[in-house]
Each structure stands twice: as structure tokens, then as C-alpha cells.
Design a protein around this ligand. Structure first.
Ligand code: PGA
Length: 234
């Protein structure tokens, strides 16, 4: 794991955007794995800026988002669909057909998970996966547990995640209890990974991710096994 210490959120965002931009310039038909949440917002802003300056072309890029809440409509302001279009896709020249986000409004979540894995396989896997980390050490919505699911699956969100994400909802009761998430094996198969962590509440999980100890109770600690991870951290 390569550790890149940074001193501000803005520097983290710029560095992550630079890594993504270099990837797209080197391979215009890159398959990107994307994350949501507060962490990557600045990176998306930087990527949009690069696109508007004419320095980046997303026309051949394919994307797969890590996760989506189950039970929210696509238009719900807290769905990850809404987040991705609002903060990124509406502002760059990505093709609609190349965008993949698990469908949280599906009637058949198990089938949706199988389809999602199949779509990732079909394009030859993810070239560069962008990750944030939860306060409990989750990546995507792979929650701490004695067992982890390898592939895209339905997950019951942990109380810690529900509490942490309630800041985006009117109250705790409005936070969905379930989600669809890529599994740890799906994530680990990405050729390259960029993990961003910013803020004091991420100190505890990040110390575990760099501890040399691997535990399914800290899903992000599995990233220590991957041979091309860049950790951008304050
Ligand atoms: P955050 O969430 O970027 O909003 O802190 C990260 C996560 O839960 O994975």
C-alpha cells in the first residue's frame, strides 16, 4: 500500500482526480469503480473542472458504482443514483449506457446482484476503483462481520453506518436499512485502488487498515493484500 499524506481536503481531492485523470488519459476506455459519500465530492468537482478545461474525455469510460440503498427511488435525493448524476455524470460527457449503479428500486435484488457482477465481468473487470472508508472500516457497504460476502450482494446496514449516514436524512428512521453492495472480492479484483480518508473520525479505521493485521471485522483491512493500493490520507 502506497501512502500519500496530504494536509487538506482540497489536496486529497486534487490528487485523487489526478490519478483518475492519468488512468483515463492512458486508457480512454477505462472501467472506473466509483464511490459516493462526503469523501469523493471534491474529487468529482476536480474531474468536472478538468473536463470543462478540455483536458479529459469520458466518452469511452465505463463506470460501476460500489453500492446503492435498497428501497429508495432513483430520484430520491439521497439515492446514490441522484448523487452521481447531480455531482458528476450530468457535468461530463459520459455515455448513459456506460453508467452502472445497482438498482435500489429493483423488485428482485438477488437477480440485480447477479446481473451487476455479470456486467462487471463482461467489460473485463474494473481498472481503477475509488474508495472511501466508513467509520467502522467498511468499504462500499461491506459491513464488519465474522463472514464477508465475496460478490455483489444485499446487506443489512450496521447501526454505526445508519447513524453515520443519518446526517444526510431528516432523521434516523428515514435511513434505509438495506443496500446492494459490491463484495470484497469484486473490489479486490480491481486492478488498481485509490482509497481516500479525511477527518479525525477516520483515524481509527485507517490505523487498522495500515496495521499489518487483517480482520473481516475491518473489511478495509483486506486491502492490505492488494498489490496496487494508493491511500490518500490526512
Ligand atoms: P463518507 O462515507 O465519505 O461520507 O465519510 C464513507 C463511507 O461510508 O464509505
Amino acid at each position: 500500500m502506497k501512502i500519500k499524506p496530504i494536509s487538506s481536503y482540497s489536496k486529497m481531492s486534487k490528487l485523487a482526480a489526478k490519478i483518475v485523470a492519468e488512468q483515463i488519459i492512458n486508457k480512454p476506455n477505462t472501467v472506473l469503480g466509483l464511490a459516493t459519500g462526503g469523501t469523493p465530492l471534491g474529487m468529482y468537482r476536480e474531474l468536472v473542472k478538468l473536463y470543462k478545461k478540455g483536458e479529459l474525455d469520458f466518452s469511452k469510460v465505463t463506470t460501476f458504482n460500489l453500492d446503492e440503498y435498497l428501497g429508495l427511488s432513483l430520484e430520491h435525493p439521497q439515492s446514490y443514483h441522484y448523487y452521481m448524476y447531480e455531482n458528476f455524470f450530468n457535468h461530463v460527457n459520459i455515455e448513459e449506457k456506460n453508467i452502472h449503479i445497482p438498482k435500489g428500486d429493483t423488485k428482485d435484488p438477488v437477480q440485480e446482484c447477479l446481473n451487476y457482477e455479470r456486467e462487471i465481468e463482461k467489460v473485463g473487470g474494473i481498472d481503477l476503483q475509488v474508495l472511501g472508508i466508513g467509520v467502522n472500516g467498511h468499504v462500499g457497504f461491506n459491513e464488519p462481520n465474522i463472514n464477508l460476502e465475496a460478490r455483489t450482494h444485499v446487506i443489512q446496514l450496521s447501526n454505526e453506518t445508519i447513524r453515520a449516514n443519518s446526517r444526510f436524512f431528516k432523521n434516523l428512521d428515514k435511513v434505509p436499512r438495506k443496500a446492494i453492495t459490491m463484495g470484497m472480492a469484486t473490489i479486490m479484483k480491481s486492478k488498481k485502488i485509490v482509497l481516500m480518508a479525511w477527518g479525525i473520525e477516520k483515524k481509527k479505521p485507517i490505523l487498522k487498515v495500515t496495521s499489518g493485521h487483517i480482520a473481516t471485522e475491518v473489511p478495509a483491512s483486506l486491502l492490505q493484500v492488494h498489490n496496487d493500493v494508493i491511500l490518500i490520507v490526512d
